[in-house]
Ligand binder design. Structure first.
Ligand code: AMP
Length: 395
């Protein structure tokens, strides 16, 4: 398979799908340039190898041409990060874009207008993909966040590049991190799944059960398991219709020799608010008018002991309502345990929207091995799906 390292970029024009879907303020200023900074290693590699770059991305969800979502607004931020001038084309495909792409000299960069100004992008339109393909001689996909979409720029365009296509650094690193957890990681492998609902994580649980040695189930999800086993969970969040499924997961895990760890106690509140009175109860003895909102101190300790045994760790989903400062202790404590175990040599991958928000909130994002940038793409990978954007490069 081709990679950024073994493909020649000398005198080539690389058409790169990046993820510049960055937040903007009301004046069109970039408020968080993380995604722009993350794309630099791939761009710089190609420029240093004697190539030029045609960058394409979406920004927001425009309906047709929308100046408020023009990528022209990010040019100055990109220039600052890249340390050089960037050409901008106010069109995506067509004569003007082709002329500007052809005029590029080695070492130069061109940014195209927002791909989603054309609805052919999300439709995966073949003619639009062919028009995009005219802009480059090599195709590079470096956008993990959209790799689960069979859009023109993420998937369909790849078919016009026979051998001359590869993953960028960012996408390659995402694939490697997920692969470490799912297939090649050092044992024991631990997955920690939290968040609100069993139903949204069930496909992940089913897929990873045969791949892990330990599984911590925390957050709101845990209560369905506790109630299914006969526990009293008060007015904690629960999906009654998923209780048989919870029992069958516990059974399946036992057959597979996978240890499932549930919280043993809980920090509960009387209503769903930050300042509600708080009390700790055993996880299966929550009084009727109380609601479990965070892992309790004994759970923190028992989860810490599990994390300490693991060599490979996947974390998806918070252990409580971490958005309320009074109920973020369990999630924070788990983050600290993972950081300590990472420092002791384990590989740790944090992915999926809310756990990423949590590690950022606690300032832990640089202290775990890898934080995944793609919410939906990450979840679909963990569900065992082959992402179309990845398959298109491997084809
Ligand atoms: P998810 O998107 O499925 O990972 O769920 C994340 C959400 O789960 C966060 O917004 C948390 O506030 C919520 N959550 C975690 N624990 C609980 C709980 N015990 N009760 C209600 N919501 C919870």
């Amino acid at each position: 398979m081709n990679s950024l390292e073994n493909l020649s970029f000398d005198q080539e024009r690389a058409l790169i799908r990046v993820d510049f879907n960055v937040p903007l303020d009301d004046n069109g200023n970039v408020t968080d340039a993380t995604r722009i900074a993350a794309a630099l290693p791939t761009i710089k590699h190609i420029l240093a190898a004697g190539g030029s770059c045609v960058l394409m991305s979406h920004l927001g969800r425009p309906k047709g041409n929308d100046p408020k979502l023009s990528l022209s607004q990010i040019v100055s931020t990109l220039e600052k990060h890249l340390g050089q001038a960037v050409h901008f084309c106010d069109e995506v495909v067509g004569e003007k874009a082709e002329a500007q792409a052809l005029a590029l000299q080695p070492g130069e960069v061109l940014l195209l207008e927002n791909l989603r100004f054309h609805d052919e992008e999300t439709k995966g339109d073949e003619a639009f993909s062919a028009a995009l393909a005219k802009l480059g001689t090599v195709y590079v996909n470096d956008a993990f966040g959209t790799a689960h979409r069979a859009h023109a720029s993420t998937t369909i365009v790849a078919q016009f590049f026979a051998e001359k296509k590869c993953f960028g650094h960012l996408l390659a690193a995402e694939i490697e991190a997920i692969d470490k957890v799912m297939t090649s990681g050092e044992k024991p492998v631990l997955a920690i799944l939290g968040g609100a609902k069993v139903s949204s994580k069930i496909t992940i649980i089913e897929n990873i059960l045969s791949k892990v040695d330990h599984l911590i189930i925390g957050g709101g999800m845990a209560f369905t398991f506790i109630k299914a086993q006969g526990g009293s969970i008060g007015k904690s969040i629960c999906e009654d219709d998923k209780m048989p499924l919870a029992l069958s997961i516990l059974e399946q895990a036992e057959k597979l020799g996978v240890k499932i760890h549930l919280p043993v106690d809980v920090r509960a509140g009387q209503d769903f608010s930050n300042n509600t009175p708080q009390q700790v109860f055993p996880i299966d003895q929550i009084p009727n008018d109380w609601e479990g909102m965070d892992a309790g101190p004994a759970s923190e300790e028992s989860f810490d002991a599990v994390v300490k045994q693991a060599k490979t760790i996947l974390w998806n989903g918070p252990l409580g309502v971490f958005e309320f400062p009074n109920f973020n202790t369990g999630t924070r404590s788990l983050g600290d345990s993972i950081v300590a175990q990472t420092e002791a040599g384990a590989f740790s991958l944090v992915g999926g929207g809310d756990s990423v928000a949590a590690v950022k909130l606690f300032g832990l994002e640089d202290k775990v091995s890898y934080v995944s940038t793609g919410g939906g793409a990450m979840l679909e990978s963990l569900e065992g799906k082959t992402l179309p954007g990845i398959a298109a490069i491997l084809a």
